[in-house]
Design a protein around this ligand. Structure first.
Ligand code: SF4
Ligand code: SF4
Length: 417
């Protein structure tokens, strides 16, 4: 049997091992030989040791078998109308790596840890109210950071196995990052619907790479949430409908990313969140005290992640791009963030913002912003707010925005604010 053998890298004093390249091309069968298994195991061990130098905090390997059980869960999830609509619509692609990659042999899962705390953040106070962006949007867009790490890992592997084939994915890929990470032993599937690890908590971004390398797989971790239900109890909207089961339509994180009108119930529950929601992670005891400050690109700029609300109302496209263009919070454009800033001012009942909100109500070209400003003015109340609402009503041409103005006026008349 003709064999093509190549040297793969060695880490430290370890003996370099040899990889049968032809077998990589052909598939797994020749690697059933114990000797060859050892070589793949050594490559994996070296990869694990190199991970930190590649900027990766945790790495694991999963089999590329179909995620059969996940498919059943996703079908049910869809039937119950609990999808966000942002997901890959093809459930087969989401659960079968072989539909995404020719003859997949393994999936490498990676995690990088991100910060959970602001050091000396600016205060939100009367006259200078601030909103907050979810930790998952602090620093540079995590898609970019994960892609960088996956590219480094790919280059590292290619040096050792030139016939490497990969398909890398981060969040927007078809596969479920969480299902892969769980199978690869990165963490357990927690009741708050994130992947949780004893070392990193759930403050980690996940990415994966389908490969043609028959690397030995990791075991899923044995820890779990136990009897704890803190995240389920703390969720402001009851969006965690069962352990690890999310109704995306009720999740504030999803609602903050929509572009349309928001119901009164959800506007009140959004609080001052401008993008995303971290409550089910911040209450988690496993996350307590965990704050990862070693990834340079992921460190927050306080003025961006806890910005003053009023200046956001009139922020132009160019300024938005300059300030938020590199953050993952920008992916839906500035409209949801501006709408949420209006909601936050209403929830703060910030009287000093009445003129600014009245200006949005009169002049903003977007009905959603005008209607939401009406809601905020109704919530703040007072003569000036009422005057602004009554002045805007006859001029409002959009039916839905008009309804919001009428409701705000009615709420003020009955003092139901
Ligand atoms: Fe509930 Fe917020 Fe967690 Fe969504 S992100 S499940 S709204 S706590
Ligand atoms: Fe699990 Fe408790 Fe953390 Fe929820 S709060 S994810 S139940 S450990």
């Amino acid at each position: 049997m003709e064999q093509s053998l190549r040297r793969i890298g060695s880490a430290g004093n370890q003996t370099a091992c040899l990889i049968n390249v032809r077998a990589v091309k052909q598939g797994v069968n020749e690697y059933m030989l114990p000797e060859t298994d050892n070589r793949w195991a050594q490559l994996k061990q070296e990869m694990r040791e190199a991970a930190q130098s590649l900027g990766i905090d945790k790495i694991g390997v999963a089999s590329a078998d179909p995620f059969t059980e996940l498919k059943q869960v996703l079908v049910r999830h869809r039937e119950l109308g609990r999808e966000s609509g942002f997901e890959e619509p093809d459930l087969d692609k989401r659960t079968n790596p072989a539909l995404l990659f020719d003859n997949p042999q393994s999936i490498i899962a990676i995690a990088i840890a991100y910060p959970s705390k602001l050091q000396n953040p600016p205060k939100s106070e009367p006259g200078a109210r601030r909103g907050i962006l979810s930790r998952s949007s602090w620093g540079e867009d995590y898609h970019k950071v994960l892609r960088d790490r996956l590219a480094k890992l790919e280059a590292w592997l290619r040096e050792r196995v030139p016939e490497l084939r990969v398909e890398s994915m981060v969040d927007t890929g078809a596969l479920s990052d969480r299902a892969v990470a769980e199978r690869a032993g990165i963490g357990w599937s927690a009741k708050n619907c994130s992947i949780m690890s004893e070392e990193l908590g759930s403050w980690m971004y996940l990415g994966e790479m389908i490969t043609n390398l028959p690397l030995p797989v990791d075991e899923p971790v044995t820890e779990g949430c136990g009897e704890c239900t803190k995240c389920i109890d703390a969720c402001p909207t009851g969006a965690i409908v069962g352990p690890g089961q999310l109704d995306s339509q009720r999740c504030i994180s999803f609602v903050t990313q929509t572009k349309g009108f928001v119901s009164d119930e959800f506007m009140r529950k959004i609080g001052n969140r401008l993008y995303g929601c971290d409550t089910c992670q911040t209450v988690c005891p496993v996350n307590r005290g965990k704050n990862w400050t070693h990834q340079p690109e992921l460190q927050p700029d306080h003025e961006l992640v806890k910005p003053l609300l009023v200046p956001l109302l009139t922020m132009g496209n160019r300024e938005f791009k300059e300030r938020y263009g590199s953050s993952s919070s920008a992916w839906r454009g500035k409209k949801p963030i501006q709408r949420n800033a209006v909601i936050a001012l209403g929830n703060f009942k910030e009287k000093s913002a009445v003129n600014d909100l009245a200006q949005v109500l009169r002049e903003d070209t977007r009905p959603v912003l005008r209607g939401t400003a009406a809601w905020a003015l109704g919530r703040i109340g007072g003569e000036e707010a009422e005057e602004a609402l009554r002045g805007a009503l006859p001029l409002e041409g959009d039916e839905e925005a008009r309804t919001y103005i009428e409701r705000a006026i009615a709420a003020l008349e009955t003092a139901d604010i």
